[in-house]
Design a protein around this ligand. Structure first.
Ligand code: MIC
Ligand code: SF4
Length: 643
């Protein structure tokens, strides 16, 4: 009999079409979806165009956790739109303040063996309880809510085996940083990472979720742990043991790569600016001044993390020169911290309590001072993401965060003496009052504010495109470069024309105007173009600005899918050296697009010097048709008409 990995088993049990050979296109049935508010407005606008009265999934949840500052009417209007559209179509609505989507989903909704897609790149957090949880663009989530299949390129399987047990003050976050050090931010592209080995029995579900969460930073399709007695205990404590099923890979299952990590020899680690894989030991940079420390985010905001933080802060004060914030991941975490008294220790230490939301992680407040050094328990430290362009953001464990906040300089937490022992409750306090259930009849008026604008009209491809190059960029361009977030811009996620002014503003202030004046244009990118967030705005905004194709050395998975969904042609250089020969303002002719997409190779000519080069087009049949139709929405409409 065929020996399967955990992910292969879940894919097989949800397979609608395709063959499971790595690199092939597979379509899978989706059991659950999640959206958050920064990508959700778009996803529901897209869902509405499909004309489907009620979602067809087992469960769909709309969270509000990103845009919670409410500096103007925009956030409140968008929340009201999401609440009403969710109620109308049978989606549960997790109110602002109820918590970060991934933390709440892990606590209350995720289940082993099921499939989840979410319009957020950290959706793999639920892989911590044996779920196949994948980040996707809003359009893909809209299609899944409507009962459509989710298409992915069948990934390779990697396995990471953990051995032994973590030493005091060394944490699951350090495991995440270690694997980033080994694999880098490109190392997981095209792969699903399964975690195993005897060491995983020592890790609780929230710790496992810290690890699967940061698999997003490796570029992996997702990451997954087995579902075992640890999973069962977590679900029981959440009052949800009924959804438990055991899940393990078959003995002898094939992995394309196996990595071993010895937990006993790991040390506290830190990712230095401006990339999560820029990892060194905390010890090696200890003593550096720290201006700000932030604890929270979907990576490290569980009750377990917060109890450790509180125990380490007990009876101590944050250094005078440090501004420290703590954002618990969910209302459940916050209320349990408060009822056991641990919250008091955090408050007494001088740390500032922020609401249960993404907050500083996405630059929604708490931006560091000019040139500041900020230590964060988060998952991304891309340039400018904190809201302060010249700040240096470092990623650490909660333990390292507290040790450094107390000392005012980067400090190895092992210098604190004895590690705190925290007792986890056998039962979490369950109160799902923060999640509004949709009425059965869907008789709800959807309320839209003036901030909600139309999304860009699709463009159908002609066989030859001649356009100027509007931008050339290097490797590892993130979606935070393409379409920045932060307190000033994030409220406009449902207003593509306004957002477009800020496209690529982090690296090239003149891009938006230039692209617009060119009418239609082409972007030249490096390797791993579009890593990071799942925001489809990083494709919709360039589409609005007239970008027809992106030619890169390689693409990150979700962004490439978003480009195709938006009807922008993603092409890769056959010879990466050709990228360096192209300048902004050059006119490129892309010939025989329909035929080239089929054969997989297209010829591009640079009209400036006559240089012709080959680009590859690795698209599935379905994706090719999508491009020719002008993207996923017109394609879905057409498919519906032909059905
Ligand atoms: C992020 O961490 O970058 C975000 C904000 O959660 C994004 C989604 C978004 O841009 O709205 C993500 O990771 O997908
Ligand atoms: Fe929110 Fe940050 Fe997690 Fe993204 S990475 S979902 S912004 S907490």
């Amino acid at each position: 009999m065929e020996k399967l990995t955990i992910a292969q088993k879940i894919i097989k049990s949800h397979l609608i079409e395709g063959d499971m050979t790595p690199g092939g296109d597979v379509a899978i049935r989706i059991d659950q979806t999640l959206t958050q508010d920064a990508t959700g407005t778009m996803a529901y606008l897209e869902f509405e165009t499909m004309g489907i009265p009620r979602v067809k999934t087992e469960l769909s949840v709309a969270y509000v956790d990103h845009n919670t500052l409410g500096a103007g009417f925009e956030n409140a209007d968008d929340h009201r739109y999401i609440r009403t559209v969710a109620e109308k179509h049978g989606v549960r609505f997790s109110r602002p303040g109820n918590g970060i989507c991934h933390q709440v989903h892990l606590e209350r909704f995720g289940r082993p063996g099921a499939t989840l897609i979410g319009s957020d790149s950290h959706t793999p957090t639920c892989g911590g309880l044996g779920m196949l949880a994948i980040g996707a663009g809003g359009m893909d989530v809209a299609v899944a809510m409507g009962g459509g299949a989710y298409h992915i390129t069948m990934p390779k399987m990697y396995r990471v085996d953990l051995h032994g047990k973590l030493k005091p003050f060394v944490t699951a976050k350090d495991v995440s940083l270690e694997i980033l050090r080994i694999l880098t931010v490109k190392g997981g592209v095209g792969a699903i990472i399964e975690w195993g080995g005897d060491g995983i029995m020592t890790l609780s579900v929230p710790e496992r979720a810290t690890i699967t969460n940061m698999g997003a930073e490796l570029g992996a399709t997702t990451s997954i742990f087995p579902s075992d007695e640890v999973t069962r205990a977590f679900l029981r404590a959440q009052g949800r043991e009924d959804v438990y099923v055991p899940l393990a890979s078959d003995e002898g299952a094939h992995y394309d790569r196996v990595i071993d990590i010895d937990l006993d020899t790991l040390e506290p680690l830190i990712a230095c600016p401006h990339s999560p894989d820029n990892v060194v030991t905390v010890r090696s940079i200890a003593g550096k001044r720290v201006d700000q420390v932030c604890v929270g985010s979907c990576t490290n905001s569980s009750l377990y993390d917060m109890l450790k933080v509180s125990a380490l802060l007990r009876g101590k004060r944050v250094a005078d020169t440090v501004d420290m914030s703590v954002s618990p991941g969910s209302r459940q975490v916050l209320s349990m911290l408060s009822s056991c008294g641990a919250l008091g220790d955090i408050i007494a230490s001088g740390a500032r309590l922020l609401e249960c939301a993404c907050g500083p992680c996405i630059g929604m407040g708490f931006s560091p001072n000019s040139g500041g050094v900020s230590l964060r328990t988060f998952n991304r430290n891309f340039e400018g993401r904190s809201g302060t362009k010249d700040a240096g953001v470092y990623l650490v464990s909660p333990e390292t965060a507290v040790a450094s906040a107390l000392a005012g300089v980067i400090t190895d937490p092992r210098d604190l003496g004895d590690a705190p022992h925290v007792n986890m409750p056998d039962k979490f306090t369950v109160d799902d009052g923060g999640v509004i259930m949709p009425p059965a009849d869907g008789d709800v008026e959807v309320l839209r504010g003036p901030n909600i604008k139309e999304f860009p009209a699709p463009v159908v491809f002609t066989d030859t495109v001649t356009a100027q190059v509007s931008l050339t960029v290097g490797d590892n361009i993130t979606t935070d470069h393409i379409m920045p977030a932060g307190a000033k811009i994030l409220p406009y996620r449902s207003n593509i024309p306004y957002l477009s002014r800020f496209c690529f503003s982090v690296c090239d202030e003149g891009f938006a105007e230039r692209a617009k004046s060119m009418g239609q244009s082409i972007i030249i990118g490096g390797a791993n173009y579009g890593q990071g967030s799942s925001r489809e705005h990083a494709a919709l905004v360039p589409l609005y600005l007239g970008v027809r194709a992106v030619i890169a050395k390689s693409f990150a998975r979700i962004h490439m899918a978003n480009l195709v969904n938006a009807g922008i042609l993603p092409l890769t250089f056959d010879d990466p050296a050709d990228a360096d020969k192209i300048k902004v303002g050059d006119t490129l002719t892309i010939e025989n697009i329909a035929g080239g997409m089929k054969s997989g190779a297209i010829t591009v000519k640079n009209e400036r010097d006559g240089h012709a080069f080959t680009v590859n087009c690795a698209l599935s049949d379905r994706q090719r048709e999508m491009i020719l139709a002008g993207g996923l929405l017109p394609y879905t409409k057409k498919a519906g008409e032909n059905a």
